[in-house]
Design a protein. Sequence first.
Length: 508
Amino acid sequence: MYTEQQLKPYIKDLEKIIIDESLIHYIEKNKHTENFEALVEYCCDIFLDEIQRMFLKYDKYFEEYKNKQPRETNFIKLYLRATEFLDKDKFPYYFAVAEFYRGNKKHTIEYIKKVYSSMDSNESEVSIWNFVYSFVAPFKEAFDGFWEDVYKILSSIPTEKGVLELCKAMPLFYNSTDALESCAALEEVLTLAPDSSFVKEILAINYYNANMWGNSVALFEQIDETPILLFNDSMYFMMGYCYSKLKETSSAISAYEKAAEIYPEGPFIMNNLGYAYYKAKQYNKALECFQRCIDDNCDLNYAVNNYVRTLLAMKRFKDAKNFAKNPPCKIDKTLLEKLKNAENTNKRISADKPIIEPIHEEADATVERNVGIGVKKQQFTSEKILEDELMLRIESGMEVFGKKLKIYRRKGIYGRQYILSNGRRPDLLAEDSEGNLYVIELKKDSGYDDAYEQTVDYLKWFDENWKGKVNNIYGIICLNDPTQALLDKVHNNPRIRVFEYQISYTER
């Protein structure tokens, strides 16, 4: 590995060189200098960084590389040319990546074996950081069997706790169609490496894909380093979207603003920022964002409708009607109907109102209560569905378990599938307006007498480890058809309550 001292003769020149063909010419020009190998290594790393950060996945990237070959894909060619200046035996890692880009599976694995063939049990272990930068970032969506081969190689050498589990989880991250499956695998890794920013990042992405907005943004909030798989603007965009789903409007605006500052032309960034302003009733700022989208011909289908929606909210009916006469794209029928029935007048709003948190959507007040259907009690098909149903009730402001609760939420913390330091995960962590905490354990069907012991263990952990302000901590067990043994245990413990759910499908 090169050092700063070795690169010192080249630094001033390299700062002026654009990352393109001129960098290859500079390498050739310095072929006979003393620290030439360090220069080539450094340039290979530059090309790798550019390649890796083009896409979260490589599928689209390589497709373009084979066909259209846009400017970005030239970095692969430049990287391959740069490696030609290196000795294959001295720098097997760079050649492993090169063979991967060439599509040569066999040689890729052979070079990876060479990278670690000299290591033994007396040498330092492979850290998660090393694994991520060596494998996860460069070998995105690797060929079938790649991660299994890497796992075998790493199994024979010292590795930091969590490395092997992360290696096993990577094919799920890239290939699984079930986001919850890869979430479960990565949650296991996080319990082994709770301080790893990368594990938090990749798990946050999985939570995002699983529509678990609170879990996703809580992990993103914990990341204090530059993300590895995501661009900064992508991370802030995802955070903004999560905040919007959680109705944390001011946080959504802040995240979208950061994304727009980094990459103002990014897809949906300006439109989503405008919509966040719209939800906060900061209509003038919203219009500016939508107008910018329209001027830049960006996200028109969304921006045009949001532009009309905002003018209607401002009671600028005349302006909205004039805009609708010749819009850049089709306007939604519902909005056109509102325009048709509106007066041909304008009411000007001179200034935006300050954001008042929290801003809640109007809740549906007509949710039907679940009722029993006699002896045969219906069950949810999975605990995830039960959890989702209960979450919807809590988020809509309905009473659950005889109380109005909300999911526990602080910066970096979200109370759904909250991971304890011992690796255990209560299903939900909620709080009431009096400052009491509720640890909620859900079971989709009957039995589960061990749910009592599980809940007792959770309460013990919170009693001994919880740092947040709290009055009392209680446990709640929710399941279908509890046994008498479970009921007896719960009724003898004033801190725990048990609730039975039922599903009813009744023909009328």
